[in-house]
Design a protein around this ligand. Structure first.
Ligand SMILES: Cc1ncc(COP(=O)(O)O)c(C=O)c1O
Length: 400
């Protein structure tokens, strides 16, 4: 029987700061769709929403696994065939001191497990600003105060080493690197990776290097894995299938632990305790890992070709549009233009959805230096759709 006086069940207060701007904007878009408009979605990094197709041979591998009865629970760390393929991939990335590998339900779960296994109350982890918002969300969920270091827009969004040094405290346990970066599309230079390794060595930190976009490099330069330049430094390299292999819905990611064996042993055991507690990652999908990493890579050429042309179009538009400027993205499929506007970038983005039906994400949803304003573009749509969206944004800017 419904009670006359419902007692509200409150959510934990540590969730107060949990935000995920990329999806939080959906309610504003829903209003616009209800009014009968079509929204141009330049907000979510899902290639499958556009003209990109999953390579058929990896779909076959999962289908075969399902038909072969791989439908029960998998081992907690992952099926042996997948673990072996990830170790081989680590070798191709130049990581020579692999101590452990494990499979997760997307890099999202790797982030959650690796942060949860590391930090105690009162400790902190350095995260980039701007960052992919899941890092801040997981730390908030764990009740850990944020400690962010700036990426320097004037230096092609390289981590600002002096800021990292400034933000280190005696209770700092690790540093997060996102390379290629979401939301800026930037790549870390070798020199920067070496300098960060030096800080980690000196302060006995672990580095979490999120390299989920490592095969989506747009300017022909090879991607440099952090762990390949710092084989001794404790590191977990995050990788996955969502972006490189065009299957974000399968939820397959992994972690590669490297560094001095004695330094990472206890931490790795902690990660495995959490891996066992959540049983396993999706089982049949794990059989696509070997097929993806070791099978034909032809789709990558096509994906990179499309992304390069869409990046160039985006960059040209940014350069030609008053009050917009942008560091050219070099990897992934995001651009992070800076805008000169009177209002907040959140208001700008919400009004852009309402008035022009174009959806981008405000810079404040990722973090940015005080006084600067940005928005993130996902340049996955085809050139015609992008041109239409950019014309609408330019009109909107002119009208304000
Ligand atoms: C930098 C970064 N890390 C992790 C993720 C999450 O990836 P997954 O789909 O593997 O959970 C994303 C998704 O957009 C991302 O951009």
């Amino acid at each position: 029987m419904p009670s006359a006086q419902a007692h509200e069940i409150s959510a934990a207060s540590r969730l107060d700061n949990v935000r995920y701007a990329i999806r939080d904007l959906a309610c504003v878009a829903d209003e616009v769709v209800k009014q009968g408009h079509k929204v141009l979605p330049l907000n979510v990094g899902d290639p499958l929403n556009f003209d990109f197709q999953t390579p058929p041979h990896i779909i076959e591998a999962v289908y075969k696994a399902m038909r072969d009865g791989k439908n029960g629970y998998a081992p907690s760390d992952g099926v042996p065939q997948a673990l072996e393929a990830i170790r081989a991939e680590a070798g191709r990335k130049g990581i020579t001191t692999v101590r452990d590998v494990f499979v997760t339900s997307g890099v999202s779960e790797t982030v959650d497990l690796c942060l949860s296994a590391l930090v105690n109350p009162g400790e902190n982890v350095l995260t980039p600003s701007p960052d992919y918002p899941l890092y801040s969300a997981v730390l908030c969920k764990l009740g850990i105060g944020l400690n962010t270091y700036d990426l320097n827009e004037d230096d092609a969004w390289q981590p600002e080493l002096a800021d990292i040094e400034r933000k280190l405290t005696p209770r700092t346990r690790g540093i997060v690197l996102i390379n290629p970066n979401n939301p800026t599309g930037s790549l870390c230079t070798r020199q920067m990776l070496e300098q960060i390794a030096e800080v980690a060595r000196r302060r006995h930190l672990i580095v979490f290097s999120d390299e989920i976009y490592d095969k989506l490099i747009l300017d022909g330069t090879p991607h440099i894995a952090f762990a390949s330049v710092a084989p001794d430094v404790p590191c977990v390299t995050f990788g996955g299938m969502s972006k490189n292999y065009l299957v974000p819905g399968w939820r397959i990611g992994w972690g590669i632990v490297s560094g001095d064996d004695a330094a990472v042993k206890t931490y790795t055991e902690g990660v495995h305790r959490l891996l066992r507690a959540r049983l396993c990652a999706n089982h049949p999908e794990q059989y696509a890992i070997k097929a993806a990493l070791e099978g034909p890579q032809d789709h990558l050429l096509e994906v990179q070709g499309k992304l390069r042309s869409r990046r160039d179009l985006t960059q040209k538009w940014c350069e030609a549009t008053p009050r917009v400027s942008c560091v050219a993205p070099r990897g992934a499929f995001y651009a992070y233009p800076r805008i000169e506007i009177p209002e907040s970038d959140e208001t700008f983005v919400k009004e852009l959805i309402r008035q022009k039906h174009v959806m981008v994400v405000h810079g404040s949803g990722f973090g940015q230096k005080a006084g600067t304003k940005h928005f993130r573009i996902v340049f996955l749509p085809d050139e015609k759709t992008l041109s239409k969206a950019y014309a609408a944004i330019a009109d909107f800017l002119r009208e304000r």
